[in-house]
Write a protein that binds this ligand. Structure first.
Ligand SMILES: [Zn+2]
Length: 195
């Protein structure tokens, strides 16, 4: 194999969850497809025009995202989620009307993800600054990593004197919030318990 092919496969292997076989399949697709230029342009434009919202951490075109700028949303509760997909699933359920904070993942020491790799510091700063927030809902996933993250967060948020709750599960253990249906999510939010 030549160096161009090797470079391409190695670059694609950096994608989360992509192993060697999948990397080769994607490389082959990109080489054969007529869409490749369009895909690269979309990536380039998104990288250039999107930035993390200074409040919640979601990628947005503006410094403050649409949701954080919406005065109609309830300000008393802040829902902490791992990834964008979890946030969208919670939104779809319609059961939560407050604000969000995106961590960008869950603690996973074996994969090199420690507290510094997540948006934990911005969360603590935000809680210290926004005195209107009374409740922090830890909506990390019911996985080993998600539970460890919730435990870690509850310990460092506790001294700030906020009410801390965890989603009721309801949600099958190991299932990402992202893939749960709306009713299950609604019940998990309504039945949340204090930690
Ligand atoms: Zn935002």
């Amino acid at each position: 194999m030549n160096k161009y092919w090797e470079n391409l496969v190695q670059a694609i292997r950096k994608f989360p969850g992509v192993g060697p076989k999948m990397a080769e399949r994607i490389a082959l697709f990109l080489l054969k497809s007529d869409e490749t230029t369009g895909i690269l342009k979309a990536v380039e434009e998104a990288k250039k025009n999107l930035q993390r919202c200074v409040h919640c951490g979601v990628f947005a075109e503006t410094e403050t995202c649409r949701r954080c700028g919406d005065n109609g949303r309830e300000k008393k509760s802040l829902c902490v989620v791992e990834e964008m997909g979890d946030l969208e699933a919670l939104e779809r359920s319609g059961a939560f009307k407050g604000h969000y904070h995106l961590l960008g993942g869950a603690l996973s020491p074996l994969d090199g993800v420690g507290p510094r790799e997540l948006r934990i510091e911005p969360l603590i700063k935000r809680l210290a600054k926004e005195s209107g927030i009374e409740e922090v809902i830890l909506a990390t996933n019911p996985t080993v990593e998600g539970e460890a993250t919730a435990l870690y967060l509850s310990q460092i948020i506790q001294p700030l004197g906020k009410k801390i709750t965890r989603l009721a599960y309801g949600l099958p253990s190991g299932l990402a919030i992202e893939y749960a249906d709306e009713l299950t999510i609604s019940r998990a939010i309504e039945g949340r318990t204090e930690v």
